[in-house]
Design a protein around this ligand. Structure first.
Ligand SMILES: Nc1ncnc2c1ncn2[C@@H]1O[C@H](COP(=O)(O)OP(=O)(O)OP(=O)(O)O)[C@@H](O)[C@H]1O
Length: 882
């Protein structure tokens, strides 16, 4: 089985910032470098450069809704939503939020008012009905105040209080040196990734303003002193040109301005960004916005109004870019700083803030905090109120998400110590999207029929989502061959191509994009009118997220899902690729704590690639376990920034013997190095421990020597680095606790896929079509099921969804026996055998080798647990015989 899924191809990257490649050596030195092996100055190979709680008083969750005049139809999803939430008490609601006065939504073109649902999100369109749907208007609802970018920018001083007049300075018209590149984004596993270029600079901000500075200043001071609806509305009008707040916005802003940690759940495109931007503008100090993807950060930075100067720090910036941002931060020129969660690993980053006041931390895509979400991300585990308080003196947190079950919300709120009364939540799915499911025997043909059907042929902006990159290529070609122009988009395309496709799509010059999940994050195109799921989403959360790309302007839009069993089997198999055995975890723990003692400040490392192969665990799984060892009930270790730990050193000016006499570090390196082909090769943590400094300090010293022209060096072997805080007393119980936790996480993902499949299958095959469903249109029944799913009691036992997976096969045992006999030279675990039978590659059993095996993927339709059980029993028999 191919594992080229965009989400499967994920890897957590928090490697240190790249620094530029070393300068070319002067000619004379080149000569010297070409000395033979035995000489002290061998020539370096072409340099690669340095890669260098308050406890929740239990949810029931409070629902915060504004009473809009259009909120009255009993059939709407919102009504259902209200009715389903447990223990909802309107008097509670009254005490928590200001119920805003009834709002009249503006009816958009082509929408039948009777179809307008209660949680339709009004855009800021003028009250008149537009005659025509506007094309080329992908810039959201911002007011373009100065198209030349020479507007005025507001300059802030950190911690500035009182009413002193605020200075304005002219925005520099300096052209950008690099484009705000689109990075590879894999929503399947959110993470910060490589990007062609990434500016940590407020120059990226798109909008400049020609504000009346006096009025603006007064509005800020007024909102700071009294964050009343009137004062906040005035600021909203001045900064964004919007005339009213959308559901949930005002309440969230008021809470954050009052310093109260808040959980905000609004659907995609509902305007969550504004809920951190306005408080950031009002409050003194800097606001940190934690975002899981560079692409998202870049996009959010671009969309910051220019009166909110922003910056960005990501691990793939150059040193120069990062220090330019840090300088601005120190000078008080940054009001909103976008950071990746990995940054919170870095003591250096934390120390940057010194006396800087952090007004609050906004956590975007906050569901990544919870392992029970569809996108758990280990580095989000560091986002704990206790850690943020201790390290950055942050007291207020704003968590934002569009998709979270009650269980996920509970976890986020516990981690960030958000009181239950500060949950602001509206429906997680917009009512202006019609949902269709087609049971498909041939997805390609059905897709073509759909695209050519009279109801969809005029749709102007279409996204077709595929799971695998090969699928996007294949579907794009098929559509083009059949006269439907389409562009494929996935993370393996060069960033420039991806940027271009996104731009052309946003300006309506491309009608159809066939994409993996990589397309869409941070895409604020308001008029996508058709989303097609060529592949089954892995969870209802993913389904809601992707459908949420459609109809962001509030107009009626369409979402079709092509359902087939084979995709379900394939996806279900892949979900078992992260699982680990107790035995492997035990081995890993023994390696981590191999020294058996705690040595203060002693750095250890685990080289990602080799450890991954040795323990047959994906790198993300290794990181998850390490993070758990740091942030679990007992702290066993402290994670350090990830580094490339193997260093090859080349001397250029002073001969090594002489330099080592002047520099203790060089002397130690020479003692601890192996010489390979005449070069000094050493392990960074080992040398750092000997000298008594941290690996990061050692790298800094090397950088200085490089700067002085003494040395250059190459780094390789990306590794997780850590110091041991405590050696476990009982390895066995720690092993079984971690194994249990990981298998629960795995089970949770499988259950999410089963529920998604169940909902789609119900719609396609079992729906009695009584509540408004007809033909393939199943909005009512799907919405009802989604609602059940998101509102299910957090502590309720998990629902057993019928699974289509086979529970037995007459030949399974016999096949495993033959497989073991024909591979008697290889050591297998039951999980490894089950993976091969399911066609799941793993670090120790890659598809390049094992997909050629006769049994590869043969049992992918039999439940993984059943195959594993059979493998265990056959392996025991086999071991006894041999
Ligand atoms: N009060 C408002 N009135 C009118 N338009 C608004 C308002 N608030 C936000 N918007 C617009 O709604 C659009 C979507 O906003 P935003 O990107 O913040 O949504 P989001 O909730 O973060 O979506 P996603 O979850 O998909 O990222 C933007 O174009 C923004 O300008």
């Amino acid at each position: 089985m191919d594992s080229d899924s965009d989400s499967a191809a994920s890897h957590v990257s928090s490697t240190p910032p790249r620094i530029p490649n070393p300068k070319p050596f002067p000619r004379s030195q080149h000569k010297r470098k070409s000395t033979p092996k035995s000489q002290p100055f061998p020539s370096p190979p072409p340099s690669s450069g340095d890669p260098s709680i308050n406890s929740l008083h239990g949810l029931p969750l409070k629902i915060h809704r504004s009473s809009s005049s259009d909120h009255h139809r009993s059939t709407s999803f919102s009504t259902l939503f209200k009715a389903r939430r447990p223990a909802f008490d309107p008097s509670d609601l009254q005490s928590i939020v200001d119920l805003s006065p009834p709002k009249k939504p503006t009816l958009p073109e082509r929408v039948d008012p009777s179809k307008l649902h209660r949680n339709w999100i009004p855009s800021s369109a003028p009250p008149e009905l537009p005659q025509k749907r506007l094309r080329f208007s992908s810039e959201g609802n911002f007011v373009r105040l100065n198209i030349n970018g020479y507007g005025r920018r507001y300059s802030f001083k950190n911690g500035r209080k009182g009413k002193k007049p605020l200075r304005f300075r002219k925005r520099s018209g300096k052209p950008r040196t690099k484009s705000a590149g689109e990075n590879e984004i894999e929503m399947g596993c959110l993470e910060e990734e490589e990007e062609e270029s990434c500016l940590g600079d407020s120059q990226m901000q798109g909008r400049s303003s020609g504000l009346d500075s006096g009025r603006f200043e007064e509005a800020i001071v007024a909102a700071r002193e009294d964050p009343s609806e009137v004062n906040l509305l005035e600021l909203l009008r001045l900064v964004y040109g919007h005339s009213s707040f959308r559901d949930g916005q005002l309440e969230a802003i008021q809470k954050v301005v009052a310093g109260e940690s808040t959980m905000l759940v609004l659907p995609t495109g509902a305007g969550k960004s504004l809920c951190y931007q306005l408080p950031a503008l009002i409050l003194p100090g800097v606001t940190l916005v934690v975002s899981p993807l560079v692409a998202l950060m870049v996009d959010q930075l671009k969309h910051l109004p220019s009166v909110i100067p922003g910056g960005l720090l990501s691990s793939n910036q150059t040193n120069e870019e990062a220090s330019a941002t840090l300088d601005k931060l120190r000078e008080g020129k940054i009001k909103v700083l976008f950071v990746s969660p990995e940054r919170f690993l870095n003591e250096g980053f934390l120390s940057v803030f010194g006396s800087t006041i952090i007004s609050f931390v906004a956590v975007d895509e906050a569901h990544c905090i919870s392992e029970w979400s569809h996108n758990f991300r280990p580095s989000y585990l560091r986002l704990r109120a206790s850690i943020l308080r201790a390290k950055l003196n942050v007291k207020c947190m704003l968590a934002m998400t569009a998709t979270a079950t009650s269980k996920t919300l509970q976890e986020i709120m516990r981690a960030l110590e958000i009181p239950a009364v500060n949950l602001i939540q509206t429906c997680q799915i917009r009512d202006n999207i019609q949902l269709f499911v087609i049971s498909s025997g041939n997805r390609l043909k059905d897709l073509l029929m759909l695209m050519k059907s009279s109801s969809l042929v005029d749709k102007q902006s279409v996204i077709i989502y595929c799971k695998f990159q090969v699928e996007t290529d294949m579907v794009t070609k098929y559509l083009c061959d059949n006269n439907i122009l389409a562009k494929g988009y996935h993370s393996s395309l060069p960033a420039r191509d991806r940027n271009r496709i996104q731009e052309l799509f946003c300006s309506n010059k491309i009608r159809v994009v066939v994409a993996t999940v990589a397309f869409g994050m941070g895409l604020d195109k308001s008029d996508v009118d058709l989303v097609i799921h060529y592949s089954l989403p892995e969870s209802l959360e993913e389904y809601v997220q992707k459908t949420g790309r459609a109809g962001r302007d509030g107009r009626l839009s369409f979402c079709h899902l092509l359902l087939d069993d084979l995709t379900y089997y394939k996806l279900r198999s892949l979900l078992y690729s992260d699982g680990v055995d107790e035995y492997a975890i035990n081995k890993l723990l023994c390696e981590i704590f191999s020294d058996g003692i705690v040595q203060d400040g002693h750095a250890s490392s685990l080289v990602k690639e080799s450890a991954s192969r040795k323990f047959d665990m994906k790198e993300e799984v290794l990181l998850t376990i390490l993070t758990q060892l740091e942030l679990g009930d007992v702290q066993y270790l402290h994670l350090l920034p990830q580094l490339n730990v193997t260093c090859t050193l080349y001397f250029h000016k002073t001969p090594p013997d002489l330099l080592s006499k002047k520099d203790i570090l060089i002397a130690t390196i020479m003692k601890k190095s192996e010489t390979k082909q005449g070069y000094f090769v050493f392990d960074i943590p080992t040398v750092a421990n000997t000298v008594g400094i941290t690996p990061t300090d050692l790298l800094n010293k090397l950088k200085n020597l490089k700067f002085m022209g003494e040395i250059t060096y190459d780094l390789k072997d990306p590794a997780f680095c850590f110091t041991i805080i405590k050696v476990p007393d009982d390895y066995c119980s720690l092993t079984s606790r971690i194994t249990k936790w990981l298998s629960e996480v795995e089970q949770c993902k499988v259950q999410k896929l089963d529920e998604m499949f169940h909902v789609a299958t119900f719609a396609a095959k079992e729906c009695p079509k009584v509540d408004g469903c007809f033909d393939n249109m199943h909005t009512p029944c799907i919405q009802k099921k989604i609602l059940d799913y998101f509102c299910r009691d957090a502590n309720a036992p998990s629902v057993d969804v019928f699974t289509k997976m086979g529970r037995s096969s007459p030949f399974l045992h016999a096949d495993i026996k033959v497989f073991l006999q024909s591979n008697s030279h290889v050591k297998f675990t039951p999980r490894a055998i089950a993976r091969i039978m399911h066609g799941i590659p793993s670090p120790a059993f890659p598809s390049a080798t094992w997909s050629k095996c006769h049994f590869w993927e043969r049992y992918s339709q039999i439940d993984f647990a059943v195959v594993m059980k059979a493998a265990t029993s056959e392996l025991m028999k086999f071991d006894r015989k041999t």
